[in-house]
Design a protein around this ligand. Structure first.
Ligand SMILES: Nc1ncnc2c1ncn2[C@@H]1O[C@H](COP(=O)(O)OP(=O)(O)OP(=O)(O)O)[C@@H](O)[C@H]1O
Length: 234
């Protein structure tokens, strides 16, 4: 589905290489690496379709060649930086998730409405719909962000540290939910995370930015000690 060949990841300086990697639909993938190793950079490069060398392709098509709207229908990113706006209610924020289908009029079709409703149920957001996005708790904001991403119905969903700020049971709930979504709706879900043990438990594949070789290594299974050694060199 999403294939990388000989790609260098980084801004002004090269952070690491992805020599050969193919990610498939239905996979729940964790991206693990030290602070500053380049997890968000990879996610941003995917969202922006900007790979300066090597080749990234999606179902055979060059990823860099996709036009903005085509890419917006294929990939979405949930990051932790959105803190909400006083004037933006949760219901309105969720509706923005259909933007790449409604265009500038923002008029929702029946299908758009039923997709939004489906994820309101899945993420238990009924009681929050009229609340301002600026007053949500961290856990609530995380659930709202995930719902908005799923409402976009893209085949690839990226989440930058989706379990940061969450309490233990909510972390488990979110990881389990993301795993089910990947499997049941056959999406490729990729998370950047520092919650190593949750990733080992819930993810179907672990990608590690190896500290020493500066390459991305893929594992179907890996234990805690080996993962720590690869990612942090300790
Ligand atoms: N727009 C940018 N221009 C230049 N350098 C950048 C830019 N964004 C990030 N960097 C640098 O790229 C490196 C990787 O940053 P990135 O945010 O991808 O790391 P990360 O693995 O997500 O880190 P963390 O775990 O701390 O969130 C850092 O050294 C950062 O300072």
């Amino acid at each position: 589905m999403l294939k990388f060949e000989n790609c260098s990841i980084g801004h002004e300086q090269r952070l690491y290489e992805i020599l050969s990697l193919e990610l498939k639909q239905g996979e729940f993938v964790a991206l693990i690496g030290a602070n500053g190793s380049g997890k968000s950079t990879l996610m941003d490069s995917l969202v922006q379709g900007k790979f300066s060398n090597g080749k990234v392709s999606f179902e055979g098509q060059d990823w860099n060649d996709l036009k903005l709207l085509a890419r917006a229908r294929k990939i979405t990113l949930v990051d932790n930086h959105f803190l909400g706006f006083d004037y933006l209610k949760v219901s309105e924020y969720l509706e923005l998730g259909r933007h790449s289908y409604t265009g500038f009029t923002g008029r929702l079709s029946q299908e758009d409405k039923s997709i939004i409703q489906k994820y309101i149920q899945t993420l238990h957001l009924d009681s929050l719909l009229d609340q301002s996005t600026s007053t949500l708790s961290d856990g609530e904001r995380q659930r709202v962000g995930i719902a908005k991403a799923l409402i976009q119905e893209t085949p690839i969903v990226l989440l930058d540290e989706p379990t940061a700020f969450l309490d233990y049971p909510t972390k488990r709930e979110v990881m389990s939910l993301l795993g089910s979504i990947a499997k049941e709706s056959k999406r490729l879900v990729i998370i950047a995370s520092h919650d190593i043990d949750f990733c080992i438990e819930f993810c179907s594949r672990i990608l590690v930015i190896e500290k020493n070789s500066k390459t991305l290594q893929s594992h179907q299974s890996i234990n805690h000690d080996e993962l720590v050694k690869q990612a942090f060199g300790i």
